[in-house]
Ligand binder design. Structure first.
Ligand SMILES: NC(=O)C1=CN([C@@H]2O[C@H](COP(=O)(O)OP(=O)(O)OC[C@H]3O[C@@H](n4cnc5c(N)ncnc54)[C@H](O)[C@@H]3O)[C@@H](O)[C@H]2O)C=CC1
Ligand SMILES: O=C(O)[C@@H]1CCC=N1
Length: 282
């Protein structure tokens, strides 16, 4: 497809009409974040396949729910947040209503900008984003990459949308599968560790409520320590690890059970799955 000069479309600062198509976990995370950040409902349109879910969103947020094609025609920026497997069908549905200069922002894992562009009219700009669920509490981490018809203004619009719910970094698209494995799926690994530590506390005889409070505050405190001191995690771990002490005994077990190696292979598996998702569509 050939690049076309944008003559209409979103303006930096995010003041155009934004449509969110597919409002499940991640779509609602973005929608609620935009509203918390002060974006008026008048500037938002929602497209959602499940009628009962659409009704729930209308009641909860007072947003306008329209069909996907109307949303695509009316919006300056169309954010697509369906499962990767549903992306081809959604793009085929909205393509006739899109025009050069509009911006399509995809939050789907593994779906390349080339795949999206191949389904859309020439000159529609595409930005690929990998967000994560801590965006629900304004502590999200999003990485954004430009497609081939995307200019600085489009990238700035996508950046300002995601900045409503946390931090945003720009990465080359070739890094997006690794990003997905680290920060996209990352919250799930940390919740898995939290679950395991709470369960261990119960095994050690602590009431579940006590174990939960100890673990959650330890995770929050450790995250804050990492961010606020800027220290390398190795330094922070060494500060906790007294020679011949309790932490050294525990870390020895984690190393013996190859937990570090397991994290590496787990994230390689996530990256590889991300790589294959676009292929699942074709
Ligand atoms: N959940 C997460 O932690 C993250 C999810 N993502 C990406 O976000 C996307 C959505 O994931 P979730 O929100 O977790 O899934 P979800 O299943 O909770 O939400 C998808 C929503 O899209 C709706 N939908 C499906 N086809 C549609 C169509 N043609 N038109 C309108 N609505 C339609 C579904 O009814 C559903 O409400 C995925 O592509 C995923 O890779 C990215 C990063 C993190
Ligand atoms: O598990 C998934 O495929 C999505 C993408 C990153 C987090 N959740």
């Amino acid at each position: 497809m050939t690049a076309t000069t944008a003559t209409t479309g979103p303006r930096a600062g995010g003041d155009g009409v934004v449509a969110i198509l597919g409002v499940g976990v991640m779509g609602e995370t973005l929608l609620s974040g935009l509203l918390r950040a002060g974006r008026p409902t008048a500037g938002l349109l929602v497209g959602e396949k499940r009628a009962e879910r659409a009704e729930e969103l209308r009641e909860r947020y007072g947003v306008t729910v329209v069909d996907n094609r109307e949303a695509a025609a009316r919006a300056d920026t169309v954010v697509v947040v369906v499962k990767p497997q549903d992306m081809g069908e959604l793009l085929a549905e909205i393509a006739p209503d899109l025009r050069a200069g509009q911006l399509v922002v995809s939050l789907a894992a593994g779906i390349t900008t080339a795949f999206i562009e191949s389904h859309l009219p020439d000159g529609v700009a595409v930005v690929r984003v990998m967000p994560n669920t801590p965006a629900l509490v304004d502590e999200g981490m999003a990485a954004i990459s430009r497609g081939s018809h995307c200019d600085e203004e489009h990238l700035a619009v996508a950046e300002s949308l995601l900045a409503a719910t946390g931090r945003v970094v720009r990465v080359p698209e070739k890094q997006q599968d690794a990003v997905t494995a680290i920060s996209g799926s990352g919250p799930a690994y940390l919740f898995f560790v939290v679950e395991a530590m709470i369960e261990a506390g119960v095994h050690l005889g602590l009431p579940r409520t006590t174990a939960t409070e100890l673990v959650v505050q330890t995770v929050v405190g450790s995250a804050k320590l990492l961010r606020e001191t800027g220290e390398h995690p190795t330094v922070l771990r060494e500060q906790v690890t007294s020679p011949g002490g309790t932490t050294a005994a525990a870390i020895r077990e984690l190393e013996d059970h190859k937990v570090r190696a397991a994290f590496l292979t787990a994230m390689e598996a996530a990256r590889d799955r991300s790589r294959s998702l676009s292929g699942d569509q074709q």
